[in-house]
Ligand binder design. Structure first.
Ligand code: F6P
Length: 341
């Protein structure tokens, strides 16, 4: 079989581990051939390819990013885009396509499958907000990076008697903030699922100072105060119409300073959470996803996606990835609230 592979959307530590596993099993065990499509859906749209054999995937297991490149190109947003993608796949003799991505990339894969393209999906996002899988690779790495940042901020916050705010990624779901905040012993964790009261946040900050400690506040980029509207956070939109967010950390620092009189500073972790080498957990999960995706292709399980359920890798319909986001539940949030203040 001749198999195309692409990585789309925001990059994620572990993408290269998936690519390596697919090629090692597909070429090494089954004798399949691979075509690497560059830069997400832009690859099949503009016929941008690269060789993808066993020599090309040597040494990439611990490397962050993706050797295939990525983009947020949406062929359904381009005039004649879908026809160009299917024509190019046909011309290149591609029998099957493995799409590695989040809700947008897999959303395109779902629609292409409905139009007869043989697609298999691999879920990817550091946000861990895809409903069909317990965990996505990249999340553990992001949480570890954010936790290390919180550990470091604790000591400097104590020295200077400041409130320090850490803004982490998470547009709609607060999983990174929740896990890193719990692991790092944050005094307040603010996430998009639950609008917060600025008065309560300030009360937590003051009670922390009264206990002779300096507060650390972890805030997801999509968190909002009660009654707040997202326009304070918006910084334009991408090709899938998602708003780019940022600024809630700075807003919090200003509010805390003016309401409590205590010095407050913000650190925005941004893309540091997505770069660099994946943790061992993410390498293992990504490798298992890659191996299972290869099996899905061999067994012609088109329109499916690999997913982690418990400790097993299973197959679910591609559409399950995009049906609904996995959000933090009130029960999970209540666990961290025990440590607030
Ligand atoms: O989708 C993952 C994510 O990390 C979001 O949490 C974040 O809003 C977004 O990517 C930012 O990505 P970019 O800067 O590449 O648009």
């Amino acid at each position: 079989m001749r198999i195309g592979m692409l990585t789309g959307g925001g990059d994620c530590p572990g993408l290269n581990a998936v690519i390596r596993a697919v090629v090692r099993k597909g070429a090494g065990m089954h004798g399949h051939e691979f075509v690497g499509f560059r830069d997400g859906w832009r690859g099949p749209l503009e016929n941008l390819t690269m060789p993808l054999g066993i020599p090309d995937v040597r040494g990439i297991l611990p490397r962050g990013g993706t050797i295939l490149g990525s983009s947020r190109t949406n062929p359904f947003g381009v005039d004649g885009g879908v026809e160009r993608v299917t024509e190019n796949l046909h011309k290149l003799g591609v029998d099957a396509l493995i799409a590695i991505g989040g809700e947008d990339t897999l959303g395109v894969a779902t629609k292409l499958h409905e139009r007869g393209v043989n697609v298999v999906g691999v879920p990817k996002t550091i946000d861990n907000d895809l409903n069909a899988t317990d965990y996505t690779f990249g999340f553990d790495t992001a949480v570890n990076i954010a936790t290390e940042a919180i550990d470091r901020l604790h000591t400097t916050a104590e020295s200077h008697h400041r409130a320090l705010i850490v803004e982490v990624m998470g547009r709609h779901a607060g999983w990174i903030a929740l896990h890193a905040g719990m692991a790092g012993g944050a005094n307040v964790i603010l996430i998009p699922e639950f609008p917060f009261s600025i008065e309560r946040v300030c009360a937590y900050v003051e009670s922390r100072f009264q206990a002779h400690y300096a507060p650390i506040i972890v805030v997801a980029e999509g968190a909002l105060p009660d009654g707040g509207d997202t326009s304070i956070l918006e910084k334009g939109v991408d090709a899938f119409g998602h708003v780019r967010l940022g600024g809630i950390g700075e807003w919090l620092a200003n509010e805390i300073e003016s309401r409590t009189g205590k010095e407050a500073r913000t650190t925005v972790l941004g893309h540091i959470q997505r770069g660099g080498t994946p943790t061992a957990y993410d390498r293992v999960l990504a490798t298992r996803f890659g191996l299972a995706a290869m099996d899905s292709v061999t067994e012609r399980a088109w329109g499916t996606m690999v997913a982690l359920q418990g400790t097993d890798i299973v197959r679910v319909p591609l559409s399950a990835a995009t049906a609904e986001l996995k959000l933090v539940t009130p029960e999970r949030y209540a666990e961290v609230e025990v440590f607030f203040g």
